[in-house]
Write a protein that binds this ligand. Structure first.
Ligand code: F6P
Length: 321
């Protein structure tokens, strides 16, 4: 391939810029022309492209968000939108596309690949919910952001002998909640993958720790459990007598400068993706499996499932008391 494009799609994630930088620099160093696509698949439909070079990606490795902007394209989900995107790629001579995003973005990459534009997916989402990977770009930074925020909440929670219920992101998955909950010493962690009962998993645990002298509490709930955290805080206060507050952390979790892990992994994955396209290999997802970077057929990757680490969940249950 001589000409490729790179786009970021879906929810932005810290480290996406580091991945874009790696894609652009690897392509340039291998004498390929590379276009940056603006606002995900919408840009691919409309030909909203910037020709990238070594310097257009300077000073972005440390930046959160994505310099290419991101979108969840409604038009691209239609057959007509997809045809338009293919026509645009053909007009611009684009032979392959690196798609940085989550599984929604990979479905688009699969459909484009099937219609003759080879794509390689690079997992970028704070949720860590892509089944073929045990890590996604942005996850580590997000965990650290949550930890920092909850540490601050703990300060004030402790000063007032309160219980604070914190809702964290993660879409339908509990990876963020489980790992952040452990790192923050949460008394209870609620994840969509494990059934829970407020009385047993929160009230009784709080009462047990109260008997050992504990006076302040952090409860971490994944957004996927679909609970109203304010109602939950009121219920906790009514049942335990502990003054309670709630907070939905929200989009603050998606911003910020990427951690070392996110920068390094994004760099490795971006580089790997371009190497696949250089060998005319498309319809693949780049994945991190332990310390290794590997790749999967997109179709296969989208049909894989992964559960939460129940052993880790049990460790949290045993220790955070
Ligand atoms: O997938 C990333 C994510 O931040 C999820 O954790 C969350 O459910 C969703 O995106 C929020 O999307 P939006 O930015 O469209 O509100």
């Amino acid at each position: 391939m001589k000409t490729i494009a790179v786009l970021t799609s879906g929810g932005d994630a810290p480290g996406m810029n580091a991945a874009v930088r790696a894609v652009v620099r690897t392509a340039c160093e291998n004498d390929m022309k590379v276009y940056g696509v603006i606002r995900g698949y919408n840009g691919l439909i409309n030909g909203d492209f910037i020709e990238m070079n070594l310097r257009t990606v300077s000073d972005i490795i440390n930046r959160g968000g994505t310099i290419l902007y991101s979108a969840r394209s409604v038009e691209f989900a239609t057959e007509e939108g997809m045809r338009k995107a293919i026509r645009t790629c053909q007009e611009w001579g684009i032979e392959g596309v690196v798609v940085i995003g989550g599984d929604g973005s990979f479905r688009g990459a699969r459909d484009l690949s099937e219609r003759g534009i080879p794509c390689v997916g690079v997992p970028g989402t704070i949720d860590n919910d892509i089944a073929c990977c045990n890590y996604t770009i942005g996850y580590d930074t997000c965990l650290n952001t949550i930890m920092e925020m909850v540490d601050r909440l703990r300060d004030t929670s402790e000063s007032h002998d309160r219980c604070t219920v914190v809702e964290v992101m993660g879409r339908k998955a509990g990876y963020l909640a489980l790992n952040a909950g452990i790192a923050c010493g949460a008394t209870s962690i609620l994840v969509p993958e494990v059934e829970f009962d407020v009385q047993k998993h929160i009230i009784e645990r709080m009462e047990k720790t109260q008997r050992t002298g504990k006076k302040h509490f952090i409860i971490v709930a994944a957004e996927g459990v679909r609970l109203d955290v304010d109602d939950l805080a009121k219920e906790i206060q009514a049942k335990t007598g502990v003054e309670s507050r709630s907070l939905i952390l929200g989009h603050v979790q998606r911003g910020g400068s990427p951690t070392v892990k996110d920068r390094v992994m994004a760099t490795r994955m971006g580089n790997y993706a371009v190497k696949l396209l250089m060998d005319n290999i498309g319809n693949r997802v780049v994945a991190a499996q332990k310390e290794e970077i590997v790749d999967y057929d997109i179709f296969e990757a989208l049909n894989m499932t992964k559960g939460i680490d129940l052993e880790l969940y049990n460790v949290a249950h045993e220790v955070s008391i």
